[in-house]
Design a binder for this molecule. Structure first.
Ligand code: NAI
Length: 366
């Protein structure tokens, strides 16, 4: 049996986690041969509910679930974590402006970034789910100067999966027959679900659908799907979000299927002319625990406008929290090309980056 990996989860008593933790414990995320240690983190007032979830996990007697630990603070909860899923965040309250929401979450993600920097495994892979996810990831990353910005990602896989599912349904195909959809930009209604490179059963998707349907129905449906689900079921999407988290982490760690492209919000290295340093969703492929942006795609004028609109929203969000961000690690967010291409996952056999690499100090035990 392999050595267990440590997975820290914030918001662990919430709706998404309630769907997610059982998938992780059953091996859906890290593989059927990978034992896991769950380090579950909640706010103090939710610890009793969290204890209930831990009891249920225990009652499942999952063979791969090595240990569960419960924490009411991130400093303890992130200790030694190889993977950190940051799900808990402050929801928008009545009358709350976007700026207030960003600022309140900035406090939470500043603390989480510092704690990851000080306590997590040097190789930690971070996925931010709590909204506004892209900017929360930026804040956490900027507060973790000893970790590479490439270790911080945000979830747009749910949008990607939605695009696949809805396109499959519309064309009468199965979602497994849909390849290369792309979600660009922010996890928000400005995101751009792009079908220009997608194909269905090996043929270009845009040849099989009406352009009006694509622009007037498909795009807004993906952009506002979250709100529609809340309207229909009275609660936000939790099961599909949990599945998207599993997909995002599994692909990052174990690699994307051959020929498959997925969407991940990652720090921009300037690819496709997107401002460096923001956390923007790109088409990526993953292998050996690393991701790489798919390069060289042709971008139409229509796509460019959409990509710029969602980029602008992220730049505006960044401007709203800029005064709260530490200045010092900004440079590391601007000099990324080497870092993204070489990846950050390190190997104890010396095949990883040089020992004097800016981001190398491994404490990985596997
Ligand atoms: P929920 O309200 O059911 O659960 C959130 C949990 O986080 C609560 O138990 C709360 O006590 C906890 N929490 C809040 N602040 C915390 C902190 N500082 N440390 C640790 N725990 C904390 O919400 P749900 O449905 O689980 O959603 C969580 C977040 O995910 C929301 O921000 C939601 O908007 C976002 N989301 C993001 C998606 C994406 O695709 N990026 C998709 C769906 C939801």
């Amino acid at each position: 049996m392999r050595r267990p990996v440590r997975i820290a989860v914030t918001g662990a008593a919430g709706s998404i986690a309630n769907n997610l933790l059982f998938k992780i414990a059953s091996g859906e995320m890290m593989g059927k041969d990978q034992p896991v240690i769950l380090q579950l983190i909640e706010v103090p007032q939710a610890m009793e509910a969290l204890r209930g979830i831990a009891m249920e996990l225990e009652d499942c007697a999952y063979p791969l679930l090595h240990t569960i630990t419960l924490h009411d603070n991130v400093e303890d909860g992130f200790k030694g974590a190889h993977h950190a899923l940051l799900i808990g965040s402050r929801p928008r309250g009545p009358g709350m402006e976007r700026r207030d929401l960003l600022e309140i979450n900035a406090e939470i993600f500043t603390r989480q970034g510092r704690a990851l920097n000080d306590y997590a495994n040097r190789d930690v892979k971070v996925l931010v789910v709590g909204n506004p996810a892209n900017t929360n990831a930026l804040i956490a990353s900027r507060n973790a100067p000893d970790l590479s910005p490439c270790q911080f990602t945000a979830l747009t896989r749910l949008d990607h999966n939605r695009a696949k599912g809805i396109l499959a349904n519309h064309t009468g195909a199965c979602s497994k027959d849909v390849k290369n959809v792309i979600v660009w930009g922010n996890h928000s209604p400005t995101q751009y679900p792009d079908l220009h490179h997608a194909n269905v059963l090996g043929r270009p998707a845009l040849e099989q659908i009406d352009n009006n349907w694509y622009r007037e129905s498909f795009i807004p449906t993906i952009q506002t799907r979250g709100g529609e689900i809340i309207k229909a079921r009275g609660q936000s999407s939790a099961a599909s979000a949990a599945q998207a988290i599993v997909d995002h982490m599994r692909d990052w760690v174990l690699g994307t299927d051959v020929g498959e492209v997925v969407s991940m919000a990652i720090v921009s290295d300037g690819s496709y002319g997107i401002a460096k340093g923001i956390i923007y969703s790109f088409p990526v492929r993953c292998d050996y625990g690393r991701y790489q942006i798919v390069q060289g795609l042709e971008i139409s004028e229509y796509s460019r406008q959409r990509m710029t609109a969602t980029e602008q929203e992220l730049l505006d969000e960044k401007a709203m929290v800029e005064h709260l961000l530490p200045k010092e690690p900004e440079a590391s967010h601007q000099e990324l090309s080497t870092c993204i291409r070489s990846g950050v996952t390190l190997y104890a056999d010396g095949t990883g980056p040089e020992a004097n690499s800016k981001y190398l100090t491994t404490t990985r035990v596997m």
